[in-house]
Design a protein around this ligand. Structure first.
Ligand code: COI
Length: 363
């Protein structure tokens, strides 16, 4: 929904300056390591409001060393993708959900809001200009990274009076180096987010803070962290992903469960889409509920766990094969992961245009 509290920038005012030298397009490489020829920038100041959006050659930013995005992490980002179908049509997947989440993150960060559909139209235009960068592949896509940073020049902690919203694009293949099931290290001494905090917003700080635990997980022979919360060690997220458990629950019912959006969970677009798709199947209960490590351990021992997977825009759907928790090595079935496979197929069929859907936004 458009935010009318301050006049927004308008896509109709876009200024476009095309690059005179286009790069050769390398292979996608490691996630997030290759960038396209152009970027979108939109400046804001409290005195003048939003300036006209500008698509210009990709390049470095000039930031004052005291910028509060650098000093106090007053910044946020989004992640969505453009997919090329067999019909050569480019599609975004439910992009207004990203625009809305970005506006929510902006409010929580004390950055100005904007008209979400105007930003989407500017992004659509940028992707159209960079269309040759969208991989001709149904296992790759063009990752779109809207970013919003305070450019306030101050060592004081205060509401920004100037800011920069920018969007960069990066062709992307698989997020993880392998498509095998990931292993998770669950250590209750680490917490990703807490009630009243900012875990439901996409701020860079949430991710930067996770690195130390992530590398400890690697030291213990796992790939990612399973983030726990509270005295009862509730399962919350896995690495940078929302998490789902398909199991026979404690009441003997088949259930696909994911933790509820109670403020500490990122409201993922993939998470929401999985809930909506699997509810339509009508084959088992699909719930947003708390899952504690005791419940998970007990279910693994009693062989009631069918599958577990993480999901997010970058990785899409990622099977989980193992959870290591307080000396217990929990093996999660993943060889014949029917629900994970079915969900991945239904999502990619929409993203790559094989299944017509109003979730696909044509570029
Ligand atoms: C996503 O899945 O969209 C993410 O945000 C992960 C990312 C931090 C690369």
């Amino acid at each position: 929904m458009a935010d009318t509290s301050i006049p927004s920038f308008k896509a109709a005012d876009l200024v476009i300056q095309l690059s005179s030298s286009l790069k050769t397009k390398p292979d996608v490489g490691e996630f997030g390591s290759v960038f396209t020829d152009h970027m979108l920038t939109i400046e804001w100041t409290a005195t003048e409001g939003w300036k006209a959006p500008f698509i210009r050659p990709f390049g470095n930013l000039t930031l004052h060393p005291a910028s509060t995005s650098l000093q106090n992490a007053i910044q946020l980002f989004e992640g969505l993708k453009a997919y090329r179908g067999d019909d050569n049509q480019l599609r975004l997947f439910r992009p207004m959900l990203n625009m809305n989440r970005m506006a929510n993150s902006a409010r929580r960060t004390c950055l100005p809001t904007f008209d979400q559909s105007e930003l989407l139209e500017c992004i659509r235009k940028l992707v159209e200009i960079e269309q040759d960068w969208v991989p001709h592949s149904d296992v790759a896509s063009l990752y779109i990274r809207p970013t919003f940073v305070s450019t306030e020049q101050s060592l004081g902690i205060k509401k920004p009076t100037r800011a920069l919203l920018y969007v960069i694009l990066s062709p992307a293949g698989f997020y993880f180096k392998t498509t095998d099931a990931v292993s998770l290290w669950a250590d209750p001494k680490y917490t990703r987010a807490w009630k009243g905090g900012t875990g439901d917003c996409k701020m860079g700080g949430n991710y930067g803070c996770s690195l130390y635990a992530q590398y400890e997980a690697v030291d213990y022979g796992c790939q990612q962290v399973l983030w726990l919360y509270g005295d009862d060690h509730q399962v919350t997220e896995a690495g940078t992903m929302n998490v789902f458990l398909h199991w026979i629950n404690e009441n003997g019912d088949e259930e696909l469960a994911t933790p509820p959006l109670d403020g500490i969970i990122l409201p993922g677009v993939t998470r929401r889409s999985i809930l909506e798709l699997s509810r339509k199947w009508g084959e088992f209960a699909v719930t947003e509920r708390y899952i504690t490590m005791d419940q998970l351990c007990c279910a693994v021992k009693q062989q009631r766990v069918k599958e577990m997977f993480g999901c997010g825009t970058a990785c899409m759907v990622c099977p989980i094969g193992r959870v290591v928790y307080q000396g217990q090595d929990l093996h999660i079935p993943h060889q014949d992961a029917k629900v994970t496979t079915r969900i991945a197929k239904e999502l990619t069929d929409i993203q790559y245009g094989r299944t017509p859907s109003d979730w696909a936004f044509l570029v």
